[in-house]
Design a protein. Structure first.
Ligand code: PLP
Length: 394
């Protein structure tokens, strides 16, 4: 063919982290069909959806089966009922949003990955290690990325410093962080908001793990004064309510966010109405139910279950004297690989010795080399069995 392709695709890692892991695991299983694997790798939930969510979705299915209540294409930004429900949820954090500032989509990954569509060629700041989608979606467009290194010294919470002398940055922040579990305090987020306001920058705040926060930390960047003039926030029902396979999330584009009088919310709306046809009605009804008092209570029981797993994994790390973070306001345990092992070597070690699958820290950025992520999203039985096995080799 004589067409040109987007050459920037060759600048990103060839395969997505979890595809690489899946391939390695498949190859191991093929060679060792008798060995039973325990997967504490990918951050996928395992607990069923809350009864309140299921009931709401069943009712919506019935509505779809009757001519009088059938629905076709959903409005691209979401039905009013879900936009209002999300705006209402923010009241729990003392944040006042209008339903029109909430844009519902099919999950945080899409919204994060598609956001660069409405931005020009700005300098990009991304923490390292972090959820890989921020880096890859910007690389695909040939954007210039600078990394904010997160490490033991800064508590895995990079802050603005004197080296950042430019302006007009797009800054990605993820709190609680995937993979490290680190959470920004109010004071730290205020420093970022002040920096963004001073330098005319945009913060993209990913609060996908907000529901896991345990302690006095901001659940939303809009708890910080001034954030509505410099931050987009992206949230998800995936981890808070088990929607990883059901698919629903949201982006908040406050009215104040504008460049030369052009509102980012209007641009996002335009982008979505061109390339996206809305979240299914049935799913939106489920998501709405997840935000009711009962829905939140039921989903919280699942979060408690996962955090019980996290405590067990953390206990093992303490017992073995392995340095780790996370597991308190996040479902992930981020540990230093023992004996100075590299991330992928430790991955192979656990896979081959005890058939436990985790995620190599290096997959989240060069700053993750030498670290490893264990997820608490497995069943209690699987987590306990993984711990028993790891105890014998750590
Ligand atoms: N943001 C972070 C930090 C994540 O870890 C994930 C998924 O693991 C997502 C966003 C994507 O969530 P969703 O399932 O809503 O696409």
């Amino acid at each position: 063919m004589k067409i040109k392709v987007n050459e920037h695709f060759f600048e990103i890692k060839e395969t997505y982290l979890f595809s690489t892991i899946a391939k390695k695991v498949a190859a191991y299983s093929k060679e060792n069909p008798d060995k039973k694997l325990i997967k504490l790798g990918i951050g996928d939930v395992t607990r069923p959806l809350a009864a309140t969510v299921i009931n709401a979705m069943q009712k919506a299915v019935e509505e779809m089966g009757r001519a009088e209540t059938f629905r076709g294409y959903a409005p691209e930004p979401g039905y009013d009922f879900i936009r209002e429900a999300v705006a209402g949820y923010y009241k729990n954090f003392g944040v006042s949003l209008s339903a029109g500032e909430v844009f519902v989509g099919d999950g945080a990954k899409s919204d994060i990955g598609n956001l660069p569509d409405i931005l020009g060629d700005n300098p990009i700041l991304i923490p390292d290690p972090v959820y890989p989608v921020y880096v890859d979606s910007n690389c695909m467009l040939g954007r210039k990325i600078s990394y904010l290194y997160a490490n033991r010294e800064n508590g895995f919470l990079p802050m603005p410093d004197d080296t950042l002398t430019g302006e007009g940055y797009v800054i990605y922040l993820c709190s609680p962080n995937n993979p490290t579990g680190a959470v920004y305090s109010h004071a730290q987020l205020k420093e970022w908001v002040d920096f963004a306001l001073k330098t005319g920058s945009l913060i993209v705040f990913d609060c996908a793990y907000e529901a896991f926060i345990n302690g006095d930390y901001p659940h939303s960047i809009y708890e910080i004064e001034g954030a509505k003039s410099c931050a987009v926030e992206i949230g998800s029902f995936s981890k808070m309510a088990g929607f990883t396979g059901t698919r629903c999330g949201w982006s908040v584009y406050p009215d104040e966010l504008a460049v030369n009088g052009k509102k980012l919310s209007s641009m996002w709306s335009r982008r979505q109405s061109t390339k996206f046809n809305g979240v299914p009605y049935i799913v939106q009804r489920g998501a709405e139910a997840a935000l009711t008092k009962e829905g939140l209570r039921e989903s919280h029981e699942n979060i408690e279950y996962y955090m019980g797993n996290a405590r067990l994994i953390a206990e093992l790390m303490r017992e073995k004297g392995i340095y780790f973070t996370g597991g308190v306001s996040s479902p992930y345990i981020w540990l230093e690989c023992p004996n100075g092992m590299k991330s992928w070597d430790f991955f192979d070690f656990l896979l081959e010795k005890v058939q436990v699958v985790g995620t190599p820290g290096e997959g989240f950025g060069v700053g993750g080399e030498g670290y490893f992520r264990l997820s608490s999203f497995g069943s209690r039985e699987a987590t306990e069995e993984a711990i028993r096995r790891m105890k014998t080799v750590l």
